[in-house]
Ligand binder design. Structure first.
Ligand SMILES: NC(=O)c1ccc[n+]([C@@H]2O[C@H](COP(=O)([O-])OP(=O)(O)OC[C@H]3O[C@@H](n4cnc5c(N)ncnc54)[C@H](OP(=O)(O)O)[C@@H]3O)[C@@H](O)[C@H]2O)c1
Length: 289
C-alpha cells in the first residue's frame, strides 16, 4: 500500500515516518514539494505517486498568532483541507486528517465524545472546525478525522521542550493549573493512524489521546520529575500553580478539553500519558534541551 503524508517536518509527520509499517510505501511532502493551496499541485503529486491513502499532517498550529493572522490559519486549516478532500474524492483515495480538542469551548465537565456539540472559542479552533466540515462535505465516504490533544514529541516544538528549556534556565516557574486535558504522545497518535490506514471500514470521526487527565501544571511537574530521573536536568526548581487569568494569552483556551477516546482504544490500545512521556523523554533525551 502507498501512503502520501502531507506536511513532512512537523511532530506528527516525523513520528509517522519513524513508525511506518514495513509493508507500506511512504512519500512525505513538505511545502517545498507541494502547494496545498493549489488543487492542481495536489492533483499532480497524487497522479505521480498514486497513493491509496493520504494522511494530512500539515496544519497552521500557531494558536496565539492565529488570532491576528486568521487568513493564514484558514488558508491552511480550511481551504487547503478542502482542496485535499476534493482531490482524494475524485481519485477514490482514503483521507485521514487530524483535528483538535480546541473545536470545543471547554464548558463540559466530562470527557468530550465525538457526538458532542462543537463550539470553538479561538480562531485556530474555528479554522480547524471549518477544515473538518470541508471533509464531511467533500469526501464523506472514505475519510476519517482524528481529534487529538496536547501533542508532544522529540521532534518539533512543544510544551515538553519549552518547559525543559525554562527549567534549565530559571530558578522557578509558574504554570497554569485550571486548564484540564490530556497530554498525547505524537508517536502513539501516529501508530493509531497507521491502524486506520488499513482498517477495511473507517468512521468519519475519532478521538485519540493517551490515557488519563492532567492540567498543564501536572504536566510540567511530571516533565521535571522525569527529566531529573533521566539526567536531562540536574536540579529541581519550584513550580507554582497559577490561574489562566494570571497568564493571559491572545487566544482563549478551553478550560476542559479531555477527549473520550474509548472507541479508538479498540483499534489501538493506549497507555497512561505519564508512562508515554517517560518513554519519549528517555528515548530522545539528547534532543530535548
Ligand atoms: N500540537 C498540538 O498540541 C496539537 C493538539 C491538537 C491537535 N493538533 C493537530 O495535530 C496535527 C499535527 O500537529 P503537529 O503538532 O504535528 O503540528 P506541527 O509540528 O506544527 O506541524 C505542522 C506541519 O504543517 C506544515 N505546514 C504548514 N503549512 C504548510 C503548507 N502550506 N504546506 C505544507 N506544509 C505545511 C508545517 O511545515 P513547516 O515546518 O514547513 O512550517 C509543519 O511541518 C495538526 O492537524 C494539529 O492541528 C496538534
Amino acid at each position: 500500500m502507498k501512503v502520501l503524508i502531507i506536511g513532512k517536518s512537523g511532530q506528527l509527520a516525523s513520528e509517522l515516518i519513524d513508525t511506518k509499517p514495513n509493508r507500506i510505501e511512504v512519500l512525505a511532502l513538505g511545502r517545498e514539494n507541494i502547494e496545498i493551496e493549489s488543487i492542481n499541485s495536489i492533483s499532480d503529486q497524487i497522479a505521480k505517486f498514486n497513493p491509496s491513502v493520504v494522511v494530512n499532517a500539515s496544519a497552521y498550529t500557531a494558536v496565539d498568532k492565529a488570532e491576528t493572522d486568521s487568513d493564514a490559519a484558514y488558508a491552511i486549516n480550511f481551504s487547503a483541507v478542502e482542496n485535499i478532500a476534493k482531490v482524494c474524492k475524485s481519485n477514490n483515495i482514503r483521507l485521514i486528517h487530524v483535528s483538535t480538542d480546541f473545536v470545543f469551548d471547554g464548558k463540559k465537565n466530562s470527557a468530550y465524545k465525538t457526538s458532542d456539540k462543537t463550539h470553538p472559542i479561538n480562531v485556530y479552533g474555528a479554522s480547524k472546525l471549518a477544515g473538518e466540515k470541508a471533509i464531511f462535505e467533500n469526501h464523506p465516504e472514505d475519510s476519517a478525522i482524528v481529534r487529538t490533544s496536547w501533542l508532544y514529541s522529540g521532534y518539533g516544538n512543544n510544551f515538553v521542550k519549552t518547559m525543559l528549556r525554562l527549567m534549565a534556565a530559571k530558578d522557578s516557574l509558574n504554570v497554569v493549573a485550571d486548564q484540564i486535558g490530556c497530554p498525547t504522545s505524537a508517536k502513539e497518535l501516529a501508530s493509531f493512524i497507521w491502524k486506520l490506514t488499513s482498517q477495511e471500514l473507517i468512521k468519519p470521526l475519532y478521538n485519540w489521546s493517551d490515557l488519563g487527565v492532567a492540567s498543564w501544571y501536572d504536566f510540567a511537574v511530571a516533565i521535571q520529575d522525569i527529566a531529573i530521573e533521566c539526567d536531562i536536568l540536574n536540579k529541581k526548581i519550584p513550580i507554582k500553580a497559577i490561574s489562566s487569568q494570571e497568564y493571559p494569552t491572545p487566544a482563549k483556551r478551553p478550560q476542559f478539553s479531555l477527549l473520550d477516546s474509548t472507541e479508538s482504544y479498540q483499534i489501538y490500545p493506549a497507555n497512561h500519558w505519564r508512562e508515554q512521556l517517560k518513554i519519549m523523554m528517555s528515548n530522545t533525551k539528547e534532543f530535548l534541551l
